[in-house]
Design a protein. Structure first.
Length: 156
């Protein structure tokens, strides 16, 4: 999928960025695994802590306190922050609970929020509930979802 993304972004002369929490840079890693990705990838932000989300992406502390780090609101702010703090044309963000612990009834393990921000376009949001899977399976599924969102946005 990263190969397809490279081709699509290159054809449209677009550049991407990532803002990752629970995936810890795996999306950026998948993209940069492909030779030539420097043409279409600007940077990746690994913002595992709330403080990193605030410092690196400009996510307001009040937003995190009001909704939690794993929320649609924070995912949107992360994607928009990645776009604002990079030279990219589009940015994807991921924030979730990969487990095995850390979940609750309201926010179970496997809950992941994604957002995609593009210049001069509304920010999109996707919520996925991967269910009772292993930490690595949840993270792998999150990487696929993020790449699919970037690919879809690059073909519009």
């Amino acid at each position: 999928m990263a190969n397809k993304l490279l081709v699509a972004l290159r054809e449209r002369k677009l550049v991407a960025a990532t803002a990752e929490s629970c995936t810890g840079g795996l999306v950026a890693g998948a993209i940069t695994e492909v030779a030539g990705s420097s043409e279409i990838f600007d940077r990746g932000f690994v913002t595992y802590s709330n403080k990193a989300k605030q410092d690196m992406l400009g996510v307001p502390e009040a937003l995190i306190l009001a909704h939690g780090a794993v929320s649609e609101e924070v995912a949107r702010a992360m994607a928009e922050g990645a776009l604002a703090h990079s030279g990219a044309d589009l940015a994807v963000s991921i924030t979730g609970i990969a487990g095995p612990g850390g979940g609750s009834a309201a926010k179970p393990v496997g809950l992941v929020h994604f957002a995609l921000a593009r210049r001069e376009a509304p920010t999109e949001h996707v919520e996925r509930r991967f269910g009772p899977q292993s930490r690595s399976d949840i993270r792998e599924g999150a990487v696929r979802q993020a790449l699919e969102m970037l690919l879809a946005a690059s073909t519009r």
